[in-house]
Design a protein around this ligand. Structure first.
Ligand SMILES: Nc1ncnc2c1ncn2[C@@H]1O[C@H](COP(=O)(O)OP(=O)(O)O)[C@@H](O)[C@H]1O
Ligand SMILES: [Mg+2]
Length: 316
């Protein structure tokens, strides 16, 4: 910057500079201090916020890692227990250790029941892996949803008898055809009914009811077919309701923890319902029981596919 003296132009003059409003300078300084403080405070809060978000993220990752470890442990446990039962009962029959015909029959029943349990577990684990890879496809065709539900229930008779659970079924014969994949819908029903049985005391009642009604699905009012599975068991706490569909999530409630499980049944069920253009709803009251409702649209998920090749679907 160039500096010039005023002396040649204003000789004999002296110049005094006075502030008209001395408060203004003080106010300006205060404002600058406040601004500096504000900038520092915002930066510190941003750093703190970032730190908290990272901690939360790490916490969630650790939670998922812990749930995955629990999953691996529970799958091995759930595999081992039916395999042991099948081997024991098979050996008893082979070695003629059963005292009478009744005991023999009980052993055969146990083998069938435990193999069904084993095959349900393997189906769920394999399907879950395929879903994770994005490789799971369903073939939807118009068909009798009631018949698909009934077939699934028959395959569960052994488990119901074992816990002395009474199954009350209401499947009207006159339901309109629904676009669905019978095996996948069977898997949903099996997952819900095995939960209903697992989380109910012995001797309880489980209800499976199908009905047609109008309702709102994905924001659109339309005709729906619902399949509701109701139990009168331990129920689910409100804070768990939001999470039970997440992979590996199992309630931390001690009553629920007493039952073994893998935490993937409801995740698969929700995925299958998505693929059908439907959804799954849950209502529950701790200590009173739960109702899980599968809701199917009457119209095929993709109208364009009507009358053409059977739609293959994965959730979008
Ligand atoms: N009918 C039910 N009654 C009470 N709790 C249930 C019921 N169905 C599901 N849950 C809760 O939701 C969790 C997730 O269910 P699911 O995915 O089927 O896994 P799990 O293998 O544990 O049964 C269960 O661990 C349990 O806490
Ligand atoms: Mg389950």
């Amino acid at each position: 910057m160039e500096r010039r003296s005023l002396a040649p132009y204003l000789s004999g003059w002296s110049v005094a500079v006075a502030l008209r409003d001395p408060e203004a300078l003080a106010a300006d300084q205060r404002w600058r201090r406040a601004l500096r403080f504000g900038v520092v405070a915002v930066s510190v809060s941003m750093i703190a916020l970032g730190f908290m978000v990272s901690l939360r993220f790490i916490g969630r990752e650790l939670d998922v890692a812990r749930m995955k470890a629990d999953f691996a442990a529970s799958v091995s446990h759930e595999l081992r227990s039916p395999i042991t039962q099948i081997r024991l009962k098979g050996e008893s029959l082979l070695l003629g250790l059963c005292d009478d015909r009744e005991e023999e029959q009980a052993a055969y029943h146990a083998i069938v029941r435990e193999s069904e349990r084993l095959s349900r577990l393997v189906d769920n684990v394999l399907d879950f892996a395929a879903i994770e890879r994005g490789a799971k496809r369903y073939t939807l065709r118009p068909g009798d949803l009631g018949a698909s539900v009934r077939r699934a229930l028959v395959s569960m008779e052994g488990s119901l008898e074992f816990k002395d659970i009474t199954l009350q079924v209401e499947l009207p014969d006159d339901l309109p055809a629904v676009f669905h994949d019978p095996d996948a819908v069977g898997q949903c029903v099996i997952n819900l009914v095995s939960n209903a049985v697992k989380y109910s005391p012995e001797g309880e009642r489980v209800e499976v009811v199908a009905r047609q009604r109008r309702g709102t699905l994905r924001g659109v009012e339309q005709d729906l077919i619902e399949v509701a599975v109701t139990d009168h068991g331990i129920g689910i706490a409100p804070h768990d309701l939001r999470q039970i569909f997440e992979p590996f999530y199992r309630s931390r409630d001690s009553l629920a923890r007493r039952r073994k499980g893998t935490g993937i049944g409801l995740t698969i069920t929700r995925y299958i319902m998505d693929a059908h253009g439907g959804d799954i709803e849950v209502r529950s009251k701790p200590g009173h029981g739960s109702t899980f409702t599968l809701r199917f649209p009457l119209e095929p998920p993709d109208r364009k596919l009507r009358g053409g090749a059977p739609p293959s679907s994965t959730p979008g």
